[in-house]
Design a binder for this molecule. Structure first.
Ligand code: AMP
Length: 191
């Protein structure tokens, strides 16, 4: 099984590149952001709990997020050839929980693919995306900046976490979509 963690700040292009990787390597795509948004749309208790954090650009607490992620992986485990985790893990505790959970199943993260993009480019991309995404957290520049700040405060540490395991692969996230996809493929093909 190939299990990829697609990593990078908000607006780095994780969702776009996940679509390509899913297609090319037949992986199951799990975006925790998408799962939260679906729950909010359907008015579930999980959605109600998560919404207040998402609105502010803050991370949803680990207790909620980890349980949700594990449930989605569990549902797909029997049929999946591998997973692409998009937007998870986002804290050291989530990284540790994912490793422990996969280990119990005899699995492991194969690689972290990190899309590297400068902050000002991210803000511009997210404001542009906000014109069509329908996401309230893309429409407000202060919320966008709060999301980027959360990334540096809580998520960026995962670079060291996966580097220590020899699994970190940084990729220049600026360029055309096919160019960036090619950079990612070169790494995945060597796994
Ligand atoms: P995304 O679609 O990945 O940009 O996620 C949108 C929002 O959902 C984030 O700003 C967080 O509030 C929340 N979220 C998504 N994934 C996670 C996660 N792994 N941990 C905590 N919060 C998350």
């Amino acid at each position: 099984m190939i299990n990829l963690v697609l990593f990078g700040p908000p607006g780095a292009g994780k969702g776009t590149q996940a679509e390509f990787l899913v297609e090319k390597y037949s992986l199951v795509h799990i975006s925790t952001g998408d799962v939260f948004r679906a729950n909010i749309k359907n008015g579930t208790p999980l959605g109600k709990e998560a919404e207040s954090y998402i609105k502010k650009g803050a991370l949803v607490p680990d207790e909620i997020t980890i349980g949700m992620l594990e449930a989605v992986v569990e549902e797909n485990l029997a049929t999946a050839k591998g997973f692409i985790f998009d937007g998870f893990p986002r804290t050291q505790a989530q990284g540790e929980a994912l490793d422990a959970f996969l280990e119990k199943k005899g699995l492991a993260v194969s690689a972290m693919l990190a899309l590297e993009v400068e902050d000002e480019v991210l803000v511009g991309r997210l404001l542009e995306r906000g014109k069509t995404s329908g996401r309230a957290d893309d429409a407000d520049e202060s919320v966008i900046r709060a999301r980027i700040a959360e990334y540096y405060q809580k998520t960026n540490v995962l670079k060291d976490f996966y580097s220590a395991q020899g699994k970190y692969h940084g990729v220049d996230g600026v360029g055309s979509i096919p160019e960036i996809a090619e950079r990612l493929s070169m790494i995945v093909d060597k796994l």
